[in-house]
Design a protein. Structure first.
Length: 57
């Protein structure tokens, strides 16, 4: 799969996966622990449910 770069910066790179999806890779530079990053995602999902992330582990 070839991905087109959408945006890069703030410790993350975003790629268009298809016309409906974006793949975002992050290195969590703004959080001291991964659990802090995941807590921030939970808050984001609560506040903005229409733009919720799906995690790929």
């Amino acid at each position: 799969m070839i991905l087109k770069v959408y945006q890069s910066g703030c410790g993350a790179e975003s790629f268009f996966k298809d016309e409906f999806s974006v793949l975002k890779l992050t290195d969590s530079i703004y959080c001291s622990r991964w659990v802090d990053y995941l807590d921030n995602l939970v808050i984001d999902h609560f506040l903005f449910p229409n733009t919720a992330y799906n995690l790929i582990l």
